[in-house]
Design a protein around this ligand. Sequence first.
Ligand code: AMP
Length: 211
Amino acid sequence: MKIILLGPPGCGKGTQAKSLMEKYRIPQISTGDILRSAVSDQTPLGIKAKGFMDNGELVPDDLVVQIVEKRLKEPDCSRGFILDGFPRTVGQAESLEKSGVLLDAAISIEVPDDEIMKRLAGRRTCRKCSAMYHIMFDPPEKEGICDKCQSELYQRVDDKEETVKNRLIVYRNQTEPLIEWYSSKNKLHTIKGTGSIKEIFNNITEVIDSI
Ligand code: AMP
């Protein structure tokens, strides 16, 4: 089962991908998480990626494509995977296809811009396990502390208002064309990304189970 989750920042891709990973027992591959960990470890990749990420720009295709191609060769991907945040450009999608990876479905989660601004302004992320919370809609039991691993929660630099605005522009210009691209390949399924996390999850699993 090879699935990609598409959608603007804050649409719930990461949250849904984590639940899908548990249900279908296939790995979630989040290029954002891989890049953030490279930045925090100050690896050569992280050093190259940091400036783009802090400004809400996309990291160049060649760097990201290399990471994903390497990751997909690992044994845990043999039964399938959920790509979360990749591809983000038509160029990345074409590279994935050229490398022989054919997807079963591209699931696009749609959320209006004003809702995204609200979600991301209150989003807090765990430094260690990347679990996500919202200070109002989904707060942790103890303020600032991850329920799952007790590590510190922080606000991503790119979740600040100005950067979120830029990420939305980048999404519309560079990522949204993928919706048409996957639609032309009859792989696109569109899901409403508002409502409860459980409702959205059920809608996604309904699509997956019908493939
Ligand atoms: P995310 O956690 O998916 O919101 O990604 C955070 C940031 O990582 C993005 O704003 C980009 O700077 C970078 N990034 C993640 N995935 C990609 C990708 N597929 N292509 C280019 N940049 C990416």
